[in-house]
Design a protein. Sequence first.
Length: 124
Amino acid sequence: MDLLHAGHVLMLKECREQCDFLIVALQIDPSIDRPEKNKPIETAEERMIRLQGCRYVDKIVTYNTEVDLYNLLKKLNPDVRFMGIDWKDRPNYSRDLLQDMKVIYNSRDHNYSSSDLRQRIMFT
């Protein structure tokens, strides 16, 4: 997550409505595992502060790589894992290894995106 925007907040709200306690896993730098991704504009600390300010989030954990996330999920053993619908048909290391874990895909029925927000900021 970079540049916490309205779409992220709606996603977190949707997740929180389906669980009693929402733990958000924040990747320090998504471009480590996915070089095609833009490096985050904000530092991990800045993104953490933004997430802490979101009323739908109960706890935040950080990780570096997909292997780290896999180990975190094994340790935390959540009842359910939420993922964006855009991940449904894409390979995902931790999801593929944790096949017994229930996954709920967020609907993402909005048009908010980090890319759009970056563009609007650049041209404002």
